[in-house]
Design a binder for this molecule. Sequence first.
Ligand code: SF4
Length: 209
Amino acid sequence: MRRPPTLRTIEVFASIQGEGLRLGEPTIFVRLAGCNLRCSFCDTKFAWGRGRARSVADIMAEVRALWRDSPARWVCLTGGEALRQPVAPLIRALRKDGLNVQVETNGTYAPQPEADWYTVSPKPPDYEAHPLFRKKAREVKLVVSRHLTAGAVRAVRRAFPARTPVILQPQGNARWSMRKAVRLLEEASRQGLGNIRIGVQLHKIYGLK
Ligand code: SF4
């Protein structure tokens, strides 16, 4: 008998979306295990490990239990890198229950269909994303690390349609990174680049998970 497909998972929890355009919305997070990159500034290094193999039904049961006590209408698949694993059956199951699904990805894998919202966060050194994300990304997030340059902001801005916002997100809300985000925004504006904004990690300010 074929075993049901599993996803290697780190944790499932209810919180608030602290980043990007969905900032402040109650959200249930499914953090998947493993990442194909090793960014020095990664704030979820604990997700690089193998995690625990869980069936889609098992993950759904935990999401439903959290959902009962939460006003969340969104589930965010995050990581690590969420798209390293075949998440389409989980996305289908979540949407069948009436939940909206956001996927946070570094953009190096192809999108898996059916998600309601892709947040693409290209990473150094090349800041490239799979070409299918050009149309599918609802927002693009750039961590304002020591690596990020005005040239990289320009290249990423040009790689995505003008309607897709590019958000400069300070690394861990550090002051130096916030100052750099403002400088990069001003520089981009001088270069005539539009639809770029600065962001924050709201969950860290509020002391949430
Ligand atoms: S892509 Fe994201 S999860 Fe992976 S190492 Fe970089 S910051 Fe961490």
